[in-house]
Design a protein around this ligand. Structure first.
Ligand code: UTP
Length: 225
Protein backbone atom coordinates (compact mmCIF):
# COMPACT_ATOMS: atom_id res chain seq x y z
CA UNK A 1 0.00 0.00 0.00
CA UNK A 2 1.05 3.57 -0.63
CA UNK A 3 -0.28 6.22 1.76
CA UNK A 4 0.05 9.99 1.78
CA UNK A 5 -0.76 11.73 5.04
CA UNK A 6 -1.26 15.44 5.49
CA UNK A 7 -0.54 16.34 9.13
CA UNK A 8 -2.21 19.55 10.23
CA UNK A 9 0.29 22.18 11.31
CA UNK A 10 -1.54 22.46 14.62
CA UNK A 11 0.11 19.16 15.64
CA UNK A 12 3.33 21.16 15.92
CA UNK A 13 1.94 24.10 17.91
CA UNK A 14 3.43 22.64 21.13
CA UNK A 15 4.44 22.77 23.84
CA UNK A 16 3.31 19.14 24.19
CA UNK A 17 5.08 16.78 21.76
CA UNK A 18 3.45 13.52 22.88
CA UNK A 19 1.16 13.57 19.81
CA UNK A 20 4.15 13.79 17.46
CA UNK A 21 5.86 10.90 19.30
CA UNK A 22 2.77 8.65 19.16
CA UNK A 23 2.17 9.38 15.48
CA UNK A 24 5.83 8.71 14.61
CA UNK A 25 5.49 5.31 16.30
CA UNK A 26 2.41 4.40 14.24
CA UNK A 27 4.10 5.58 11.04
CA UNK A 28 7.27 3.61 11.76
CA UNK A 29 5.36 0.36 12.13
CA UNK A 30 3.30 1.05 8.96
CA UNK A 31 6.55 1.60 7.07
CA UNK A 32 8.21 -1.44 8.66
CA UNK A 33 5.38 -3.59 7.29
CA UNK A 34 6.60 -2.74 3.78
CA UNK A 35 4.20 0.10 2.95
CA UNK A 36 5.09 3.31 1.13
CA UNK A 37 4.53 6.53 3.05
CA UNK A 38 4.84 10.25 2.35
CA UNK A 39 3.95 13.02 4.79
CA UNK A 40 2.97 16.62 4.14
CA UNK A 41 3.08 18.94 7.13
CA UNK A 42 1.16 22.21 7.66
CA UNK A 43 2.43 25.44 9.19
CA UNK A 44 0.07 25.83 12.16
CA UNK A 45 0.40 28.67 14.64
CA UNK A 46 3.93 29.62 13.60
CA UNK A 47 3.00 30.25 9.95
CA UNK A 48 0.07 32.41 11.03
CA UNK A 49 2.22 34.37 13.48
CA UNK A 50 4.94 35.05 10.91
CA UNK A 51 2.41 35.90 8.21
CA UNK A 52 0.73 38.40 10.52
CA UNK A 53 4.10 40.06 11.27
CA UNK A 54 4.75 40.24 7.52
CA UNK A 55 1.31 41.72 6.91
CA UNK A 56 2.09 44.50 9.38
CA UNK A 57 5.18 45.18 7.27
CA UNK A 58 2.88 45.45 4.20
CA UNK A 59 4.56 42.54 2.43
CA UNK A 60 2.60 41.26 -0.57
CA UNK A 61 0.54 38.04 -0.56
CA UNK A 62 3.10 36.07 -2.55
CA UNK A 63 5.84 36.99 -0.10
CA UNK A 64 3.57 36.15 2.84
CA UNK A 65 2.93 32.73 1.29
CA UNK A 66 6.67 32.21 1.00
CA UNK A 67 6.95 32.97 4.73
CA UNK A 68 4.12 30.49 5.40
CA UNK A 69 5.94 27.86 3.34
CA UNK A 70 9.12 28.42 5.34
CA UNK A 71 7.16 27.74 8.55
CA UNK A 72 5.68 24.51 7.14
CA UNK A 73 9.17 23.40 6.23
CA UNK A 74 10.42 23.90 9.80
CA UNK A 75 7.58 21.66 11.00
CA UNK A 76 8.50 19.15 8.28
CA UNK A 77 12.09 19.16 9.51
CA UNK A 78 10.85 18.50 13.04
CA UNK A 79 8.89 15.50 11.73
CA UNK A 80 11.95 14.19 9.88
CA UNK A 81 13.85 14.40 13.17
CA UNK A 82 11.06 12.57 15.00
CA UNK A 83 11.09 9.74 12.43
CA UNK A 84 14.87 9.35 12.49
CA UNK A 85 16.68 7.28 9.89
CA UNK A 86 13.48 6.08 8.17
CA UNK A 87 12.81 9.55 6.80
CA UNK A 88 14.50 11.02 3.74
CA UNK A 89 16.76 13.59 5.44
CA UNK A 90 15.77 16.62 3.34
CA UNK A 91 12.39 18.36 3.29
CA UNK A 92 10.82 17.74 -0.14
CA UNK A 93 11.40 20.68 -2.48
CA UNK A 94 9.63 19.37 -5.60
CA UNK A 95 7.09 16.64 -6.36
CA UNK A 96 9.88 14.48 -7.79
CA UNK A 97 11.37 14.24 -4.32
CA UNK A 98 8.36 12.13 -3.31
CA UNK A 99 9.28 9.60 -6.01
CA UNK A 100 12.94 9.78 -5.02
CA UNK A 101 12.26 9.08 -1.32
CA UNK A 102 9.83 6.31 -2.22
CA UNK A 103 12.32 4.65 -4.60
CA UNK A 104 14.78 4.61 -1.70
CA UNK A 105 12.11 3.03 0.52
CA UNK A 106 12.24 6.03 2.82
CA UNK A 107 9.48 8.23 4.21
CA UNK A 108 9.35 11.48 2.25
CA UNK A 109 8.38 14.57 4.24
CA UNK A 110 7.11 17.79 2.67
CA UNK A 111 5.93 21.18 3.82
CA UNK A 112 4.51 23.66 1.31
CA UNK A 113 5.83 24.06 -2.23
CA UNK A 114 4.29 26.92 -4.19
CA UNK A 115 2.79 30.30 -3.17
CA UNK A 116 -0.98 30.32 -3.63
CA UNK A 117 -1.37 26.67 -2.66
CA UNK A 118 -1.94 25.02 0.69
CA UNK A 119 -0.30 21.95 2.14
CA UNK A 120 -3.58 20.09 1.43
CA UNK A 121 -3.00 20.79 -2.26
CA UNK A 122 0.61 19.62 -2.00
CA UNK A 123 -0.58 16.40 -0.34
CA UNK A 124 -3.16 15.80 -3.08
CA UNK A 125 -0.51 16.37 -5.77
CA UNK A 126 1.94 14.02 -4.06
CA UNK A 127 -0.80 11.39 -3.75
CA UNK A 128 -1.57 11.78 -7.44
CA UNK A 129 2.09 11.60 -8.46
CA UNK A 130 2.71 8.44 -6.43
CA UNK A 131 -0.59 6.79 -7.36
CA UNK A 132 -1.36 6.54 -3.64
CA UNK A 133 -3.92 4.01 -2.43
CA UNK A 134 -5.05 6.43 0.25
CA UNK A 135 -4.75 10.10 1.11
CA UNK A 136 -5.39 10.76 4.79
CA UNK A 137 -6.00 14.36 5.73
CA UNK A 138 -5.24 14.28 9.47
CA UNK A 139 -6.61 17.39 11.17
CA UNK A 140 -7.45 18.75 14.62
CA UNK A 141 -11.11 17.70 14.23
CA UNK A 142 -12.61 14.24 13.79
CA UNK A 143 -13.75 14.88 10.22
CA UNK A 144 -16.44 16.90 8.43
CA UNK A 145 -19.52 17.79 10.49
CA UNK A 146 -23.01 18.80 9.35
CA UNK A 147 -22.73 21.93 11.53
CA UNK A 148 -19.89 23.64 13.32
CA UNK A 149 -19.31 21.39 16.35
CA UNK A 150 -17.80 24.31 18.28
CA UNK A 151 -21.09 26.18 18.29
CA UNK A 152 -23.68 23.40 17.77
CA UNK A 153 -23.96 20.75 20.47
CA UNK A 154 -26.11 18.60 18.17
CA UNK A 155 -23.65 18.52 15.24
CA UNK A 156 -23.05 15.14 13.64
CA UNK A 157 -19.93 13.73 12.05
CA UNK A 158 -20.60 12.89 8.41
CA UNK A 159 -19.26 9.44 7.57
CA UNK A 160 -19.21 10.31 3.88
CA UNK A 161 -19.20 13.56 1.99
CA UNK A 162 -19.27 14.02 -1.78
CA UNK A 163 -16.82 16.24 -3.59
CA UNK A 164 -19.81 18.40 -4.59
CA UNK A 165 -20.90 18.81 -0.95
CA UNK A 166 -17.37 19.76 0.07
CA UNK A 167 -17.24 22.28 -2.75
CA UNK A 168 -20.54 23.81 -1.56
CA UNK A 169 -19.19 24.04 1.97
CA UNK A 170 -16.13 25.90 0.68
CA UNK A 171 -18.21 28.15 -1.60
CA UNK A 172 -20.72 29.10 1.05
CA UNK A 173 -17.98 29.66 3.59
CA UNK A 174 -20.03 27.61 6.03
CA UNK A 175 -18.46 27.21 9.44
CA UNK A 176 -18.16 23.45 9.27
CA UNK A 177 -15.38 22.83 11.81
CA UNK A 178 -12.58 24.69 10.16
CA UNK A 179 -13.87 23.44 6.82
CA UNK A 180 -11.70 25.63 4.61
CA UNK A 181 -8.70 24.20 6.36
CA UNK A 182 -9.90 20.64 5.90
CA UNK A 183 -9.67 20.82 2.13
CA UNK A 184 -9.39 23.53 -0.49
CA UNK A 185 -10.73 23.75 -4.01
CA UNK A 186 -7.45 22.97 -5.74
CA UNK A 187 -6.87 19.88 -3.59
CA UNK A 188 -10.45 18.80 -4.37
CA UNK A 189 -9.86 19.18 -8.08
CA UNK A 190 -6.85 16.86 -7.89
CA UNK A 191 -8.46 14.16 -5.78
CA UNK A 192 -11.55 14.26 -8.00
CA UNK A 193 -9.78 14.04 -11.34
CA UNK A 194 -7.67 11.10 -10.18
CA UNK A 195 -10.33 9.64 -7.85
CA UNK A 196 -7.88 9.40 -4.99
CA UNK A 197 -9.36 7.59 -2.00
CA UNK A 198 -9.45 10.34 0.64
CA UNK A 199 -10.24 10.32 4.34
CA UNK A 200 -10.51 13.37 6.59
CA UNK A 201 -9.83 12.32 10.15
CA UNK A 202 -8.25 13.47 13.39
CA UNK A 203 -4.52 13.35 13.87
CA UNK A 204 -4.76 11.22 16.99
CA UNK A 205 -2.38 8.27 16.62
CA UNK A 206 -5.16 5.64 17.05
CA UNK A 207 -7.26 7.31 14.31
CA UNK A 208 -4.34 7.48 11.91
CA UNK A 209 -3.58 3.83 12.67
CA UNK A 210 -7.20 2.87 11.93
CA UNK A 211 -7.20 4.86 8.70
CA UNK A 212 -3.97 3.18 7.58
CA UNK A 213 -5.36 -0.26 8.31
CA UNK A 214 -8.43 0.40 6.17
CA UNK A 215 -10.93 0.79 9.01
CA UNK A 216 -13.81 3.24 8.75
CA UNK A 217 -12.83 6.40 10.57
CA UNK A 218 -13.53 10.11 10.11
CA UNK A 219 -15.17 11.23 6.88
CA UNK A 220 -14.61 9.58 3.51
CA UNK A 221 -14.78 11.73 0.38
CA UNK A 222 -16.96 10.05 -2.25
CA UNK A 223 -17.11 10.80 -5.96
CA UNK A 224 -20.17 11.17 -8.13
CA UNK A 225 -20.40 8.60 -10.94
P1 UTP B 1 -1.16 25.60 5.47
O1 UTP B 1 -2.32 26.54 5.45
O2 UTP B 1 -1.26 24.51 4.54
O3 UTP B 1 -0.88 25.08 6.92
O4 UTP B 1 0.17 26.42 5.20
P2 UTP B 1 -1.84 25.24 8.20
O5 UTP B 1 -2.24 26.68 8.36
O6 UTP B 1 -1.09 24.62 9.33
O7 UTP B 1 -3.11 24.47 7.82
P3 UTP B 1 -3.54 23.09 8.42
O8 UTP B 1 -4.02 23.32 9.82
O9 UTP B 1 -2.33 22.23 8.36
O10 UTP B 1 -4.61 22.62 7.47
C1 UTP B 1 0.48 27.63 5.88
C2 UTP B 1 0.63 28.78 4.90
O11 UTP B 1 1.75 28.55 4.03
C3 UTP B 1 1.47 29.03 2.72
C4 UTP B 1 0.09 29.67 2.77
O12 UTP B 1 0.25 31.05 3.06
C5 UTP B 1 -0.55 28.96 3.96
O13 UTP B 1 -1.54 29.74 4.56
N1 UTP B 1 1.59 27.92 1.74
C6 UTP B 1 1.57 26.61 2.17
C7 UTP B 1 1.76 28.20 0.40
O14 UTP B 1 1.75 29.37 -0.02
N2 UTP B 1 1.95 27.17 -0.48
C8 UTP B 1 1.98 25.87 -0.09
O15 UTP B 1 2.20 24.97 -0.95
C9 UTP B 1 1.75 25.59 1.27
Amino acid sequence: MIAVIKLSGSLFNGPDVSGIISIAKVLRSYHAAGNGLTLVVGGGLRSREYISLGRKLHLNENYLDAIGIDATRINARLMIGALGELAFPLVGGALEDASLASSMKMIGVFGGLVPGHSTNAVAALVAERLGADIFINATDVAGVFDKDPRTHGDSKLLRQVSVGQLRDILKNGESVAGSYELMDSFALLIIERSRIRTLITSYSAPDIEKALSGQKIGTEVVFNE
